[in-house]
Write a protein that binds this ligand. Structure first.
Ligand code: NAI
Ligand code: MG
Length: 334
């Protein structure tokens, strides 16, 4: 029996989590759930956005499945998600983008790539941000370390090896950002030399964006710094048909949190029409992480079969199904 922390989240969070747990239960994986609160629900119930009991639960179980959290504007953390990544040093943000049948993807071509984004450094350190008193000048400090670069690039190469992928593309802007992106690239080259079995190439970020749109099939694993990874992974989600299909894992040494890339979607919350696939695919990443790749493949297979059959698809995919009927259709194909 493996116990995982489950955060049902805000907005559409509880709906897509119920649907996801329905499918996981149907798989009879021997998972048990410890429910913990975070976000607006936690604020209302416990008076804080990220209660100690929730942190303790993740610390203990080391695995969490998390629905989106609404970050209230003003006060508290800048983002609960960023705060969680910081607390548990979840340095690797792993975001696969894969073409599925019958989506609204712009191109019929096959996309199957993984963005590995550094999750704790770069432009997102939350330090050294200031605006001058006259409001005319703003400053931001970026920080890149050899240690941080080394572990994320190593993570990307190990992931490539483990999943039978052939190539890692290091995306950078070292020609202009000579210090930060320069150190990242230099370190990446050193790490790459230790993986002679994996092809490595380098690409400057602006060109990488154009190449991703024109010839996405040339990419296999992308490794890059925080800001570039944030933007590139959304670009990739767009390539394969949108937010309802984009999962992400936040991985550290002592804990890992699996989620959908999208937010709490307040515009459709409570209507029962949210697409549960992104969180389900996040649960698939969780099963991979737990070493249960066969079960992860089983889950992904049932999702693909349901998309192929156009059975109970939610409105974002052009169907008339609901979150629950979509989940039931997936569960029936496990
Ligand atoms: P959003 O991702 O919640 O919604 C953007 C658009 O995509 C909306 O039209 C929404 O209806 C649609 N959408 C999102 N997920 C969907 C799904 N599963 N099925 C069908 N349609 C879906 O982004 P938005 O509106 O900018 O953010 C809303 C809240 O979510 C904010 O408070 C934000 O801070 C939070 N957020 C939380 C994240 C997390 O917990 N990881 C990530 C991003 C945003
Ligand atoms: Mg983002």
């Amino acid at each position: 029996m493996t116990t995982i922390t489950v955060i049902r989240g805000d907005g559409i969070g509880p709906e897509i989590m119920d649907a996801t747990l329905y499918v996981l239960d149907a798989m009879q994986l021997g998972l048990s759930y410890e429910f913990a609160d975070a976000g607006m629900v936690a604020l209302e119930k416990h008076g804080e956005l990220l209660p100690e009991a929730t942190l303790e639960s993740i610390r203990k179980n080391r695995i969490a499945l998390k629905s989106p959290l609404t970050t209230p504007v003003g006060g508290g953390f800048s983002s609960i998600n960023v705060e969680l990544r910081k607390r548990f040093d979840l340095y690797a943000n792993v975001r696969p983008a894969r073409s599925f049948p019958n989506t609204k993807a712009r191109f019929p071509g096959h996309v199957d790539l993984i963005t590995v984004r550094e999750n704790t450094e770069g432009a997102y350190i939350g330090e050294g941000q200031s605006v001058s008193e006259d409001g005319e000048t703003a400053v931001l400090t970026q920080k890149v370390t050899r240690k941080g670069s080394e572990r994320i690039v190593r993570y990307a190469f190990d992931l490539a090896r483990k999943t039978g992928r052939k190539k890692v593309t290091v995306v950078h802007k070292a020609n202009i950002l000579k210090s930060t992106s320069g150190l990242f690239l230099k370190t990446a080259r050193e790490v790459a030399a230790q993986y002679p079995d994996i092809e490595c190439n380098e690409m400057i970020v602006d060109n990488a964006c154009m190449q991703l749109v024109m010839r996405p099939e040339q990419f296999d694993v992308i490794v890059t710094t925080n800001l570039f990874g944030d933007i590139i992974s959304d670009l990739c989600a767009g390539l394969v048909g949108g937010l309802g299909l984009a999962p992400g894992a936040n991985i550290g040494t002592d804990a890992a949190i699996f989620e959908a890339v999208h937010g709490s979607a307040p515009d459709i919350a409570g209507k029962g029409i949210a697409n549960p696939c992104a969180l389900l695919l996040g649960a698939g990443q969780m099963l991979d992480h737990l070493g249960r790749t066969d079960q992860a493949e089983r889950l992904r297979g049932a999702i693909v079969a349901t998309l192929e059959a156009k059975d109970s698809l939610t409105p974002d995919l052009g169907g008339t199904g609901t979150t629950q009927t979509f989940a039931k259709a997936i569960a029936s194909r496990l």
